[in-house]
Design a protein around this ligand. Structure first.
Ligand SMILES: Cc1cc2nc3c(=O)[nH]c(=O)nc-3n(C[C@H](O)[C@H](O)[C@H](O)COP(=O)(O)OP(=O)(O)OC[C@H]3O[C@@H](n4cnc5c(N)ncnc54)[C@H](O)[C@@H]3O)c2cc1C
Length: 380
């Protein structure tokens, strides 16, 4: 007797960053087969922190990652916004139990490597192909054909471009040029809290200067490791890279007139990385046929709301819901629905983030943190 069951959809995802891995985990949860192609030869633990908004935590909870993340990460009472010189509190954005109750999910501060490892752990290793840099794609009557720099080729029913801010998949859909350099650089590092000699950096503080700022927080539940990230004007140097090193002396000089608490954190820092800050205008078309974009490939944004990865993670849940009941013949329609559901929200976050005003004064946070991508209505 022949088996007449139709095989599950087979989706190729380009990029094993936060967005690609979240998409893989979410699609698998719906019974869809995935293969994630990542250019890197191995995963590296990036020296950076990441704020996980309550909205992202809804999705991560649905992927079974909440318990592990709570154990690894720091649970802040607030995101405190202070004047760069006087230390005056401009706005204390409350998290902790009150936000958790209001938004039905916690706000967590993580080491980026811990969040990435959690997401990678939610996808079986044999679904992830490292050392596969996509160099070409072609839509065929039955799906998408991919080619990689290592000479391999693959076919899939559909392709999701989660390949980050310099996405090659985006280039195949749209000719809107390079990302916009904001004129600003982010210096950042993580280091052991013991280097601070007992000084407490607080739960999460953004020190607002006139043309620059610095954000600092612990990234471990026991406060044993701390993180800071800046944004400061500087001429462009290099591409967006997580591995480029910066000069600690240049960084300290840029913040030398800031509050003594900031000086202490910078004085204790052994080394720094730097990364140019870029964004883009909201994109009109995310989808063409059986190819769609997700995360930074689609809507890169400044980090000033700490929502870039959260948007990628939300995309993943919505994508999986749109594809859940789709047959091979309905993939293009399902992807259009995904785009229609996500476009307005991600554009709003991109444009709000660009203003760099989130938390500077009293801020309405409900529309961001109160969103649950598992239950939010899908576009018709
Ligand atoms: C300084 C800074 C601080 C931030 N802080 C926060 C925060 O606190 N909270 C938050 O939510 N967001 C934050 N963000 C934003 C967040 O980092 C990004 O939005 C998020 O990493 C995007 O995930 P992604 O999966 O879309 O892309 P990426 O993380 O860039 O992943 C893309 C992946 O695709 C791979 N790739 C690229 N090209 C190819 C190819 N041709 N073939 C195969 N693989 C390919 C890359 O190697 C990479 O692994 C911050 C950003 C910056 C710059």
């Amino acid at each position: 007797m022949t088996d007449k069951r139709v095989p599950p959809l087979n989706i190729a995802i380009i990029g094993a960053g936060m967005g690609g891995l979240a998409a893989a985990a979410a699609l698998r949860k719906q019974g869809i087969a995935v293969t994630v192609y990542e250019q890197a030869k191995q995963f590296t633990r990036l020296g950076a922190g990441i704020q996980i908004g309550c909205n992202a935590m809804h999705v991560l909870r649905g992927l079974g990652l909440e318990r592990g993340l709570r154990a690894e990460t720091f649970y802040p009472r607030s995101w405190n916004n202070r004047h760069w010189q006087t230390g005056e509190v401009l706005f204390d954005m409350l998290f902790g139990p009150s936000a958790e109750q209001k938004y039905a999910a916690p706000y967590l501060l993580a080491h980026r490597g811990d969040l990435h490892a959690a997401l990678a752990g939610a996808v079986p290793a044999d679904c992830i192909r490292l050392n596969h840099r996509l160099v070409g794609l072609e839509q065929t009557p039955s799906g998408v054909r991919l080619s990689f720099a290592n000479g391999e080729t693959a076919e899939a029913d559909a392709l999701i471009g989660a390949d980050g801010v310099n996405s090659i998949v985006r280039k195949s859909l749209s000719n809107d040029g390079e990302p916009r350099f904001t004129g600003r650089i982010a210096y950042r590092t993580t280091y052991p809290a013991r280097r601070l000699g007992g000084f407490d950096i607080g739960d999460c503080t953004k020190w607002w200067g006139e043309d620059r700022h610095i954000v600092m927080y612990p990234v471990k539940a026991d406060r044993s490791e701390v993180y800071f990230v800046t944004s400061q004007p500087e001429p462009e140097s290099g591409r967006e890279s997580w591995s480029e090193m910066g000069d600690v002396k240049v960084l300290r000089a840029a913040f030398e007139s800031f509050h003594p608490d900031v000086q202490r954190v910078l004085a204790a820092c052994p080394e720094v990385h730097k990364r140019v800050l870029v964004d883009r205008e909201p994109l009109e078309r995310w989808v063409e046929g059986k190819v769609a974009l997700l995360g930074d490939a689609c809507h890169p944004m400044t980090p000033y709301m700490a929502q870039g990865a959260a948007m990628a993670i939300e995309d993943a849940a919505i994508l999986s819901r749109c594809l859940a009941d789709a047959g091979r013949a309905d993939i293009a329609e399902a992807l259009e629905r995904y785009e229609a559901t996500r476009q307005e929200r991600t554009a709003r976050v991109q444009l709000t983030s660009r203003q760099n005003s989130w938390g500077k004064g009293v801020t309405d946070t409900d529309w961001v943190y109160g969103y649950n991508a598992w239950t939010a209505p899908l576009a018709n």
